[in-house]
Write a protein that binds this ligand. Sequence first.
Ligand SMILES: C[S@@+](CC[C@H](N)C(=O)[O-])C[C@H]1O[C@@H](n2cnc3c(N)ncnc32)[C@H](O)[C@@H]1O
Length: 316
Amino acid sequence: MEEKVTNSLDSIYAYAYWRHCISLGDGNFTPGVRFENNWEKLHFPSSLKGMSFLDVGANDGMYCFLAESRGASRVVAVDIYHNERHQWEMTNGWPVYGIQAVKDYRKSKVEIESKSILDLNYTERSFDYVFCGNVIMWVNDPYSAHFKLAAIAGKTLHIREDMFVNEGPAQLRFSKLWKPGGEKPMFAANKTYYREVLGAAGFKDIEFYEIDEQQEWREFIRKCPRIIAPAGTSTFVLPQNSEPSGVLRESRNGRISAQVGDKAYVVGIGWLRIGDLKIITEDSADPSVFQRWKMRLENRRNRENRQSNFSIIAHR
Ligand SMILES: C[S@@+](CC[C@H](N)C(=O)[O-])C[C@H]1O[C@@H](n2cnc3c(N)ncnc32)[C@H](O)[C@@H]1O
């Protein structure tokens, strides 16, 4: 699936919906809000020399480009990619624009395929390393998704997912009941489930690494200051533009993920003049998003059957 974009930084900056912050190889980055140090946090190997790498739910492709720069011989990005630039949803697909723009910019060989995890039809064990990060919780049949991934992984299957921390009998739960067009599924299992399901699929050694979400959140709010853009704020397609492309009809909240000259990039809006924005500090007295998140994470941590985000790495 190919979409033509111009091979320049403008093609990157003219897109207002970046999620991943990806190195473009020349000191520039895509202005997303998920960072490349996730590679180390998730315990990916430092080298993938000569290995084939499949990323399912690859999104803007950050892990694919990292895998390529770490020596992977073949990299395939799968997501429910579509050509609508402004529509993105965890369960309904993702714009192909972002990953395609980085591919063109970096002259990368990453292959892009639009497919659901439940429709994967690669030959058994055809990829050395299969990664799937925070995708399965959105899928209505996680069990089948795990078996699809397990069948394709030749050496390593790496899943990032929310999980119950407790030991005990295998459990797999939905926090919301899924019906077509209705509530979104939110699935979580526990370690015993992964040991049994991945063990049955031939994986011998399974590592579990809990991800420190408090630290992730702190890093995010430090790197991406919170702003309010009042109604009437001018928007710009590119940071160097002096002519606005439009104007905000209503006041908008957001976070700055990049600054160029006098403009700031806010995901979902695009480029705004920094001087037009009200910057919110995290220690402001009102019940900020930060406080609410802190409480949510504390609650998650203190519950008896607590849930947390994990990196699960299974080897054959
Ligand atoms: C929370 S994002 C995670 C993106 C990326 N893996 C990461 O870790 O940053 C979930 C991604 O899964 C994709 N997705 C959702 N349902 C999917 C499905 N059935 N098959 C493939 N991808 C799916 C979404 O389009 C989205 O890009």
